[in-house]
Write a protein that binds this ligand. Sequence first.
Ligand code: TXA
Ligand code: MG
Length: 337
Amino acid sequence: MNEFETLELLTGDEGIAQAVKLLQQGECVALPTETVYGLAADATQPEAVAKIFAAKGRPSNHPLIVHIPDETHIARWADSEPADLQKLADAFWPGPLTVILNTKAGLNNPVTGGKDTIALRVPSHPLFLKVLIDLDTGLAAPSANRYKQLSPTVPEQVVEQLTGRIPAVLEGGACEHGLESTILDLTSDELRVLRAGPISAAEIEQCLGKPVTTPMDHNEAVPGNVKAHYQPNAPVTLVKTDELTQAIQSESNKNIAVLAYSELVLAELNALDLQPKLIKQIASDAAGYGKGLYYDLYCLDKLTPTKIFVETPPVSDDWQAVNNRLSRAASFEFIPE
Ligand code: TXA
Ligand code: MG
């Protein structure tokens, strides 16, 4: 697919106006959100939505999130507003929370991937919001990566993955959270987090005063959330902190990249015979780690290592979103005990 010679970087007010115009004309444009860059198209134009699936190489039964400018748009897409939704919207919108609702009767739109439910969110990134408000429509936007690859958190990653496939990206710098939104299913009495993200289940529980389940094996409910996902080209292996140095020492090929956060481990690694640029330090707090993860994996991958070893983060609620993405990046490949 090479429909567009270049992928234009749109900037400033003029860039916003160009993005709005392209979207009105039924084209796809990559836009920054507070989570990751999204590949947007007008959700009310089926041919425009079809271009998203084609540009990503994504199966058409994997539904898309519709981004709306505010809560008044919910009724255009969903059949009812559960009582919990108002509280959630007050607390978390605009922001990185996606809710799953039953579709409005007769909504026959490719964004649902053939399901009778719809995913909605109001994003908080000022550029995305400005485009939404100017258009006064819903914008379907999956992450702006090719199917199964790393989600982009900076424009250069979009350019690399989608040149030839879409006309433009709106420049918005690095994304604030770096991991995709939390997805919460509101279609049944049991509230379920289908994808962990920047807003934790505990925060949602606190907001609603009722329990929220977070089974990580709910993935059949999120068709796009396949096991092998978010993968760089080099295979990713998760290694426990106290096994990392030893694991690297026992590798014969030293063209290994390492993503680590423990100072002690980093000091040990620096003493080994590795290329320093293949060792990257990532933040040791969950928010900072999440923000840097995709970009750091992308940067390491560009150096074409044979493998990427990632120091396993702690296991606790705060780290759920990070651990979820890492287990997919590694596709559950652990170093045996
Ligand atoms: O932060 C985000 O959510 C980013 C930015 C661009 O907003 N978007 C994003 O979209 O991550 P995407 O398409 O990469 O992931 C959306 C996930 C997919 O796994 C999809 O299957 C799921 O949401 N989804 C969408 N509609 C759904 C529905 N009706 N029921 C269940 N899952 C749904
Ligand atoms: Mg995605």
